[in-house]
Ligand binder design. Structure first.
Ligand SMILES: Cc1ncc(COP(=O)(O)O)c(C=O)c1O
Length: 362
């Protein structure tokens, strides 16, 4: 079956000797290889104020910690995401407040967010779901107007653009994931990118127990307990080498996504997703709405292709019971959206077969 997600690994002859070198170097903890990856990623997203971390979840948690978010605070978020976006909020003790999505895109609706703001709102959590970028013109305006910081969960959106620039320096925080099935993987890993350089120093400390790496261990004084969220040299070397191929791989996702945007136009039963002004998706998954979704999924299965909605809406979990509310647009979106494979493993022949099969109907 042609899968929906698949990790890309650099060729073994490039990767394995470097992995072996690190493993037997006598230094596998955070060191040169980890920092070189961090530097490479900063260059890649063109934001020098970026830290590599253990996971996308760690990046989200750090963003919330840097805003001192905790019990009695509220964070407005979307149910249309993978669980860690919102469990990261829950572990701070803050309340997740659901805003509704735009039924055309499944992405957080800035008008609904505006209605949910209270004096307790400490952050707005956006998710560039499946590589589609939220309505950043509207969210930038809302954030500037209200002073409420935005955290962009860009776990699915490496390579996506806003105003012609890669996602990663627009909002106060942008969080990336290099988990196994993302555009680029370090097996597990992530990064947090800051708009303000002042966030770097406290974030570095929170990344390493609260210790200051610039001060000797004996003279260090922890003033705020931190976490173990840094990366090691093994993660670093895998990241460095996979990063060399990242643009070429992302370009394949984008080329396939653009192909579907054209090939699937005007097909009865298919509604394509419009992209917001000044945004360019990186198509981690190709997303659309279809009528008779179960039959559509069966049709794809019959030609050896996995199609699925992939993520379960997050607001139905018991841990978020106190946040439950009516989200009519989410209900409408959730009943219809589906993903088809779009990544680097989908070649021209496969994407044409998928499009031709859809055109015939289901
Ligand atoms: C939207 C989204 N946010 C955050 C995460 C968390 O990333 P990680 O698995 O690297 O912790 C993921 C995926 O796993 C995700 O899909």
């Amino acid at each position: 079956m042609l899968p929906l997600v698949k990790p890309y690994m650099a060729p073994a002859n490039e990767l394995m000797p470097e992995i072996e070198k690190i493993l037997y170097s006598g230094y596998i903890a955070e060191g040169e290889a980890a920092w070189a990856f961090e530097d490479g990623f900063r260059t890649f997203i063109a934001n020098p104020n970026t830290l590599a971390v253990q996971s996308g979840t760690a990046a989200l948690h750090l963003a919330l910690l840097l805003l001192n978010i905790g019990p009695n605070d509220e964070v407005i978020s979307t149910p249309m995401t993978s669980e860690p976006t919102n469990t990261a909020i829950a572990i701070t003790g803050a309340k997740v407040v659901w805003a509704d999505v735009d039924p055309k895109t499944g992405l957080l609706d800035p008008n609904s967010v505006r209605e949910k703001i209270t004096e307790r709102t400490k952050a707005i959590m956006l998710v560039h779901y499946a590589g589609m970028v939220c309505d950043m013109d509207a969210f930038n305006q809302l954030s500037a107007e209200t002073g409420i910081p935005v955290i962009e969960d860009a776990a699915h959106a490496l390579g996506a653009k806003y105003q012609g620039k890669l996602v990663g320096s627009n909002s106060r925080f942008t969080c990336f994931s290099f988990q196994a099935i993302k555009h680029m993987t370090t097996v597990d890993g992530g990064a947090i990118a800051f708009r303000n350089p002042e966030d770097l120093t406290p974030a570095r400390k929170l990344r390493w127990f609260g210790l200051d790496k610039k001060v000797s261990r004996l003279e260090n004084d922890i003033t705020r307990a931190g976490y173990k969220y840094g990366i090691n040299n093994l993660t670093g070397i895998i990241g460095q080498i996979n990063l060399r191929h990242a643009q070429e791989i992302i370009d394949k996702y984008i080329a396939n996504g653009r192909y579907y945007d054209e090939a699937l136009k005007n097909i009865p039963g298919v509604t394509l997703v419009p992209y917001y002004a000044h945004t360019e998706p990186s198509y981690w998954l190709y997303t659309m709405k279809v009528e008779n979704r179960d039959r559509f999924i069966q049709l794809m299965e019959s030609i050896g292709v996995v199609a699925s909605p992939l993520h379960h809406r997050t607001d139905t979990h018991s841990v978020f019971a106190a946040s439950r509310c009516e989200l009519p647009n989410m209900d409408e979106w959730y009943g219809k959206f589906v993903h088809i494979p779009c990544g680097w493993w989908v070649d021209e022949e496969a994407r044409e077969k998928i499009a031709d099969t859809i055109k015939k109907g289901w």
